[in-house]
Design a binder for this molecule. Structure first.
Ligand code: PA5
Length: 451
């Protein structure tokens, strides 16, 4: 029996669901599991992510290390990672989870450059402030766009590129730019080839939100100084574990339970809960994965998130007593990698001596358990997804687990997990409003509508 790295606990749903209903959804999830692995479902030309953990060659990792070392040799202390959606959330999630919470304030950064993200918005203030930083520092840039045509990263890249060329001249700039894009098509591919940028490929059969385990996620995470081999090892072991079909498979259990809660109990909102601020961006990555994969055909669970205990003092009231539309998935971390004990104080003016000698994490665990019981009493079913600790290996496990479970869950729901046709609607309007060549008819129509 293989050791399953991500564990799931459904006992917080027991008082809400009948086991006979669960069996029905389990059967559907098992059929969806077969569909996913047989490649017989909708969007099956986008299944390349299934094997990504084992696909990355050691020679490619060595090339990334060479980029890291050559930038270090130039004194690069800032890397701007440009991308949006699946082209940045995986890297950001890992870097936020693995970094020291105060790395910006600490002087010793272990010789690694600071990583900042851009191209995920069109805020002029953000870009202006980014350029204030870039101008002061010794910067390099990784620009990521699978299509190579997305407006937000293209705008940010044009501005960063121009700055690097002014500062280091064109050939100096090209040594500081890496592009990750399609193998053959798109404006970024053309630009990268003409300028001679070092380029890496987003495989054709891997969609943006399933791309964290290819260069899209792996290169920025490596540049930030983290052990990407451990991420890939965790993902590979999780993959092995998830290949065994059955009712104990945690991806099947997750898919079955969330579909049951949604379809039979009307729980339309799933809240990803964590009790560590380091996991805030994990929830952002997860929200994009599930929101874009399932929210279509007028179906889908709305993915939301909270970070406790902070949000127990903001969203906690609603979750406890507001409209009963939600269930929670708690991302539970079994142990802290740092230890801080609460001391004792003879005066006990703050009345905390009852906690003397306790670890802070013990208090966090009790807050988590107390919240679980309270929310179940308040009518909120709770699933728990457990990992041992927040490190590269376990993040790799989590990435693979949630991607795989997403495929199973979306097929259980009956939607294509791998397309995102709805994302085009805003783009068409924006291009029409910006008078993009080729959109003349839409521009006229939208102006008439707004008149
Ligand atoms: O998951 C997806 O496919 C999307 O979120 C894309 O990653 C996002 O729209 C960015 O696209 P691109 O990488 O083509 O710029």
């Amino acid at each position: 029996m293989l050791f399953i790295m991500v564990k799931i606990d459904l006992n917080g749903c027991n008082s809400f669901v009948k086991s006979s209903d669960y069996k029905t959804y389990e059967t559907a999830a098992l059929a969806a599991f077969d569909t996913l692995l047989a490649g017989s479902g909708k969007g099956s030309d986008f299944l390349g992510w299934l094997t990504l953990p084992g696909d990355m060659k050691e020679s490619e990792l060595a090339e990334y290390e060479q980029i890291r070392d050559s930038w270090k040799a130039k004194g690069v202390d800032l890397v701007v990672v440009i991308g949006i959606g699946g082209s940045y959330l995986g890297a950001r999630c890992a870097i936020e989870a693995l970094s020291h919470s105060f790395s910006k304030q600490l002087r010793d950064k272990g010789g690694n450059p600071e990583i900042v993200f851009a191209g995920n918005n069109l805020s002029e203030e953000y870009i202006a402030e980014l350029m204030d930083l870039v101008s002061e520092r010794n910067a390099a840039c990784v620009v990521i766009s699978k299509s190579g045509t997305t407006t937000e990263p293209a705008v940010a890249f044009r501005i960063v590129k121009q700055h690097l060329e002014e500062k280091y001249d064109r050939s100096g700039a090209s040594e500081r730019i890496v592009a990750i894009t399609d193998a053959k098509k798109g404006a970024l591919k053309t630009l990268a080839s003409q300028e001679g940028y070092r380029s890496y490929v987003v495989p054709d059969n891997v969609g943006g939100r399933y791309s964290v385990l290819c260069p899209v996620g792996i290169l920025p995470i490596l540049l930030a100084g983290f052990d990407v081999r451990e991420i890939l090892r965790g993902a590979a072991e999780e993959r092995k574990a998830l290949m065994s079909k059955g009712s104990a498979n945690p991806a099947v259990q997750y898919a079955a339970m969330r579909n049951l809660l949604y379809s039979s109990l009307g729980k339309k909102v799933e809240i990803m809960v964590s009790f560590s601020p380091k996991l805030q961006y994990f929830a952002e990555w997860w929200k994009q994965l599930y929101g874009e994969s399932e929210g279509k055909d007028l179906k889908g669970i709305f993915p939301a998130s909270v970070t406790n205990t902070a949000d127990l003092h903001s969203m906690g009231q609603f979750i406890q007593q507001g409209e009963r539309v939600m269930f929670e998935t708690v991302l539970s971390v079994e142990k802290s990698r740092r230890e801080v004990k609460i001391g004792s104080n003879p005066q006990n003016l703050d009345q905390l001596n009852y906690l003397s000698g306790r670890n802070v994490e013990y208090c966090n665990a009790m807050a988590q358990l107390g919240t679980k019981l309270a929310h179940i009493d308040g009518g909120v079913p709770q699933l728990e997804v457990k990992v041992e600790q927040i490190d590269e290996y376990n993040l790799g496990c989590l990435f693979y687990f949630f991607e795989f479970a997403c495929g199973v869950s979306a097929y259980t729901l009956g939607v294509n997990p791998f397309d995102q046709p709805g994302v085009e609607a805003y783009k068409k309007n924006m291009f029409a409003l910006l008078d993009k060549p080729g959109y003349e008819e839409q521009s006229a129509a939208i102006r008439t509508r707004l008149a």
